[in-house]
Design a protein around this ligand. Structure first.
Ligand code: GDP
Ligand code: MG
Length: 439
């Protein structure tokens, strides 16, 4: 995938002590290939590379202490700019009307419901309006989804064939419903054709939406980009919702979309469930493409699993130098909770370094169980004052926990080293800095 190729290229670059223009040129060539393989539009890839090159070849980069890191940063910032810079919010000033358009199967109906779900959670009162009169099942599909999220839905008669008439009736209905945001789900086609565009134009002229959002399937790559251009030319889109990002390993559509159309990607669909629509943040997407993982999203996930009060207490005790085996056990349990996230955590810039400092097998469930058994076989006094655990006590603990003397010795040694590290302000500071992701 794009992330993998970039990750490799940057690892090579970071590994070089002194960077030459040749190193940069080599890296950029690899990046260019990776972009094209990810189905990024040729012109976009070319311009992008030349912008990065110009900045990376700058005097101060080559002379800086960590040129590799600097180049990664330049790359990240350019990627973020390419993706649109800041997150683009919806215009929801009254009368807030959103017209959803796109090809068949892009995800319009699903996305209409997802968007209604989001807006509802934000405290608004969305209404869904079914304007796909071509596929008989389309109206029912929207009505079923609307019911799942408990949002009112306008469903025209199956015999109705004029979308403008439907929109007119829907506006009268919406008035009574006291909705604050109206979402119009429309018909699509396999491909763009004149009839579809004409109908959409008529609907657009009548509804006068504040937002006309194109729903595009990211897995279709460059085709999604040309579809966006086409719809924009016809009705003037205000933004894009990229769907199926969960399944698209290449990511090319996301990268070309903004540069080619000039329109912001406002949301991303990442799954079939109705809560799987997310605001599109160029910076987070740049992190993701760079293989750093969606750090913010990840931290949120971690925060869910770690009890903050426990973490703070344990941190405070570390700082006070009072860290004992009871705290150690608490920490082990925290790490255990993080277990399923180990892979994700590995993507965080600072975490791979931290992981090296954790006891070997910190994420190994069997090992955690044995360590836990050892600590539980200690008396309370031994847990708070580990220095008293000498020869015969160690044998007793080993016997009691069903482990070996060697394992007990190892654990006590490790614990001693951890404690020493915690007492050293510089080492502790370094560890915190790494956790913060600082280079
Ligand atoms: P429409 O023809 O544009 O209205 O498309 P639909 O809303 O009917 O969606 C077509 C298919 O794509 C359905 O099976 C959806 O569940 C699926 N789909 C929509 N958005 C996403 C997404 O973000 N991720 C995944 N994996 N599937 C999606
Ligand atoms: Mg549909």
């Amino acid at each position: 995938s794009l992330s993998d190729s970039l990750d490799k290229t940057f690892r090579n670059l970071r590994g070089v002590g002194k960077i030459s223009e040749k190193n940069i040129a080599d890296a950029l060539r690899e990046i260019r290939i990776a972009l094209l393989e990810a189905d990024v539009e040729f012109g976009v890839a070319k311009d992008f590379i030349s912008r990065v090159k110009e900045k990376a070849m700058g005097e101060d980069v080559l002379k800086s202490i960590k040129p590799g890191e600097q180049i990664v940063k330049i790359f990240h910032d350019e990627l973020e700019a390419l993706l649109g810079g800041d997150q683009a919010p919806l215009d929801l000033n009254p009368p807030a009307r959103i017209l959803i358009c796109g090809l068949n199967g892009a995800g319009k109906t699903t996305t209409s419901a997802k968007l209604a779900n989001r807006l509802k959670k934000e405290g608004r009162r969305p209404l869904l309006i079914a304007c796909d009169l071509y596929r008989p099942a389309a109206i029912d599909q929207l009505a079923v989804l609307a019911k799942q999220i408990d949002v009112p839905c306008y469903t025209p008669d199956a015999s109705e064939s004029d979308v403008v008439k439907v929109a007119k009736d829907a506006l009268a209905w919406a008035e009574k419903q006291q909705g604050t945001v109206l979402i119009f789900d429309t018909a699509g086609r396999q491909e763009i054709d004149e009839k579809l565009i004409l109908e959409l134009k008529r609907l657009h002229d009548f509804v006068k939406p504040k937002e006309t959002l194109l729903v595009a399937d990211s897995a279709t790559g460059q085709q999604a980009v040309s579809v966006a251009e086409h719809f924009d030319g016809a009705v003037g889109i205000t933004g894009i919702i990229l769907t199926k990002l969960d399944g698209d390993a290449r990511g090319g559509a996301a990268l070309s979309m903004r540069a080619v159309t000039g329109k912001p990607i406002k949301y991303a669909g990442e799954g079939e469930k109705l809560d799987q629509l997310f605001e599109f943040h160029p910076s987070r997407m740049a992190d993701r493409i760079l293989g750093m993982g969606d750090i913010v999203g990840m931290v949120e996930q971690v925060a869910d699993k770690v009890n903050e009060a426990d973490a703070m207490r344990s941190m405070k005790r570390m700082q006070e130098g009072k860290f004992d085996f009871t705290d150690f056990l608490d920490q082990m349990k925290m790490i255990q909770n993080l277990g399923p996230l180990e892979g994700l955590l590995g993507l965080m810039p600072g975490f791979s370094k931290i992981k090296k400092q954790l006891p070997a097998g910190a994420f190994d469930n069997k090992k955690i169980k044995r360590t836990e058994a050892i600590v539980l076989s200690m008396t309370l006094e031994e847990r708070t004052r580990p220095e008293i655990i000498k020869g015969s006590r160690r044998q007793r603990i080993a016997d009691g926990s069903g482990t070996t003397l060697m394992e007990v010795n190892q654990l006590i040694k490790q614990f001693g080293e951890m404690r020493k590290m915690m007492k050293s302000p510089t080492k502790m500071g370094n560890m915190m800095k790494q956790l913060g992701g600082a280079p």
